[in-house]
Design a protein around this ligand. Structure first.
Ligand code: PLP
Length: 379
């Protein structure tokens, strides 16, 4: 099945009881058994729910994987992955990480004896020297937030595999439409489906996809044993979102390209971070491992101050100032005072997150309206 057909049909089938073409919302906590232990495959809704089962199949198919495991949020998915490890195990992570993942690793799992190192992975050659005999997993995000750095997934897999180390990719920013890490050699893909997969800013959800049966079995066990499961209504919204992922992503890419070029030409803009530019440091890798460059970007102002950035953020009419990304509507954010405010200023600037940096999630509105909005806001 080709991509567009897959997003609409793979993993789902009409409801066996009624023929409903769309997966019903099985809003029930338990399932009646004919006699003790004699049931139709469903006993209790934390363990299995038919709406969730179909979503898990559909998400697995979207990432060319065999097993999909859904959770109540992206962080619940990552939290469950951490439970695959034991005290003393090390996870090597990229230093350019979603803030909530960093917090989960440092403030929660370090207390339970897991060890984390955060290193620059945009130059893959440097990764090997950070591996120790205790390293069990490499964790990365690409493109990264908010500087849109690109990490070479295939090259990371070539380092991880011979060393017997798992490679996990948070694929939230690219979405399954733009990038399929399992095809590039990763063992585990994680999504905050809250973003592009849901696509309509109306649901929080996370998932893990893998081809490794042993890992999948452990995750299904943990999903039930720890219980961070999504409700059936949320699963329905995700199934609905997935069906239009390809058309939305095509428009995100088209609009993203036009907005990125507009910003680059703007006399008050100092720098634009977008992986579709030919002079982006890892553009060649982006082109190899992604099918398009998406609608995520960030830019710096020539007046490199917090005040100048806040003025732009307060002036847009269509771009809404909010955290999150990947919805149909365009969002604008200021990492220094929003998502990355907890990082000390010096550390933030050393990582390239300057005071005036503004992040955009370019939506699928008419691109001329988006450009006019930015034009009047930047001045
Ligand atoms: C939002 C996000 C998460 C966390 O997902 P939630 O659904 O908010 O729990 C993880 N990684 C990335 C890259 C994200 O953007």
């Amino acid at each position: 099945m080709r991509t567009a057909t897959k997003y609409i049909h793979a993993g789902v089938h009409p409801d066996p009881a009624t023929g409903a073409i769309m997966t019903p919302i099985y809003q029930t906590s338990t399932f009646v058994q004919d006699s003790p232990g004699k049931h139709k495959g469903y006993e209790y809704a934390r363990t299995h729910n038919p709406t969730r089962s179909q979503l898990q199949n559909a998400l697995a198919a979207a990432e060319n994987g065999q097993y999909g495991i859904s959770f109540g949020s992206g962080l619940a998915a990552t939290d469950t992955l951490m439970k695959l490890f034991k005290p003393g195990d090390e996870i090597l992570s990229t230093n350019d990480l979603y803030g909530g993942t960093y917090r989960l690793m440092r403030k929660v799992w370090e207390d339970y004896g897991l060890k984390f190192r955060f290193v620059d992975m945009s130059d893959v050659a440097g990764i090997s020297r950070h591996l120790t005999s205790a390293t069990k997993m490499i964790w990365l995000e690409t493109p990264t937030n908010p500087l849109i750095r690109i990490i070479d997934i295939r090259a990371c897999a070539a380092i991880a595999k011979p060393a017997g180390i798992l490679l996990a990719v948070d694929n939230t920013f690219a979405s399954p439409y733009l990038q399929n890490p399992l095809d590039l050699g990763a063992d585990i893909v994680m999504h905050s489906a809250t973003k592009y997969i849901g696509g309509h800013s109306d649901v929080v959800h996370g998932c893990v996809i893998t081809n490794n049966k042993q890992i999948a079995d452990q995750l299904y066990f943990l999903q039930n044993a720890c219980g961070a499961v999504p409700g059936p209504q949320d699963c329905f919204l995700l199934l609905r979102g997935l069906k239009t992922l390809h058309v939305r992503m095509q428009r995100h890419c088209e609009n993203g390209e036009k907005v990125a070029h507009f910003l680059r030409r703007h006399p008050r803009v100092a720098k634009v971070h977008w992986c579709g530019f030919e002079d982006h440091p890892n553009h060649r890798i982006a082109k190899e491992q992604m099918r398009g460059f998406g609608g995520m970007m960030s830019f710096e102002l020539k007046d490199n101050t917090v005040e100048a950035a806040i003025k732009v953020l307060s002036s847009t009419q269509i771009f809404a100032c909010a955290e999150s990304l990947g919805g149909v509507e365009s969002l604008i954010g200021h990492p220094a005072s929003m998502t990355h405010a907890s990082i000390p200023r010096e550390e933030r600037i050393a990582n390239g997150l300057v005071d005036s940096l503004i992040r955009l999630s370019v939506g699928i509105e008419d691109v001329n309206d988006l450009i006019e909005d930015l034009k009047q806001a930047i001045g």
